[in-house]
Design a protein. Structure first.
Length: 255
């Protein structure tokens, strides 16, 4: 048997927004069958508990704006574990293909002869829309959705926001809390009206999620007083439909 035939495989799995019952069946089976689990910082304890007792668990600590394991280190870990013949699960929050570096990891593993599979998950934007009862697209209000990140380099945003000027575009900005003030300014400069509805959603999909509604001009104030969870910014007419009572009612029913 050639050496490469003994290699394990790596599944790049989306864990969704945190709740175990929002995992896909394929993701659940992957976690339950894992022999090595490399998981990101935002993976919930209830999801991690689904892995076998004998599974090797390594927290990779990927979290925007915080010290975390370098991507090169994660790549090397996946490769070494797979070469030991283990079933490796690289567990990511949300969906691996949405700002999850899945393309980089898959290319690295394939270049080293390791078989990979991507298992999709519920991304934070979809989880937030479902949780707070607003659509991402809506007839006569939102005909397209743009997903972006608020990446800062040398203190400045590195994206072209002109595409977000269309009043019928719902703009969803991942990891946007720390750049809310500049985002507000750049969006208005790009042509988005200052009074466009906006919502800041923290910890989307979790029982502790919260939403604050306002307008583009007030983005910075919407993220003040947060609890440290990941923040998703939603810009567009649909943001006005977000229902802040939803989580409160859920908490009351669960009490």
């Amino acid at each position: 048997m050639p050496p490469e035939a003994k290699h394990g495989q790596v599944q790049l799995v989306g864990s969704g927004p945190g709740a175990a019952d929002l995992l896909t069946i394929r993701a659940l089976r992957a976690i339950e069958g894992a022999e090595a689990l490399l998981y990101d910082a935002l993976i919930s304890e209830e999801v991690l508990a689904l892995a076998p007792a004998h599974c090797l668990k390594i927290q990779t600590g990927k979290r925007a704006g915080r010290t975390s394991m370098k991507q090169e280190t994660i790549n090397g870990l996946m490769l070494r574990l797979a070469r030991r013949g283990l079933r490796v699960v690289r567990l990511k929050g949300g969906d691996p293909s949405v700002f999850g570096r899945v393309g980089e990891e898959q290319a690295y593993l394939r270049a080293h002869g390791i078989a990979t599979e991507v298992v999709p998950g519920v991304t934070a934007a979809c989880a937030a829309a479902a949780q707070f009862n607003f659509p991402l697209t809506h007839r006569q209000q939102a005909r397209r959705v743009v997903f972006s990140t608020a990446r800062l380099e040398a203190g400045a945003l590195q994206a072209d926001w002109s595409a977000a000027a269309d009043p019928q575009t719902t703009l969803v900005i991942y990891m946007g809390g720390g750049a809310a003030d500049e985002l507000s300014r750049r969006l208005i400069e790009a042509g988005r009206l200052a009074g466009t509805p906006a919502a800041a959603i923290e910890s989307a999909g979790s029982p502790h999620a919260r939403v604050r509604r306002g307008v583009v001009a007030d983005l910075a104030s919407l993220v003040e007083g947060g609890q440290g969870g990941p923040v998703l910014l939603v810009i567009g007419e649909v943001a006005a439909l977000a229902d802040s009572k939803v989580v409160q009612e859920f908490a009351a029913l669960s009490a």
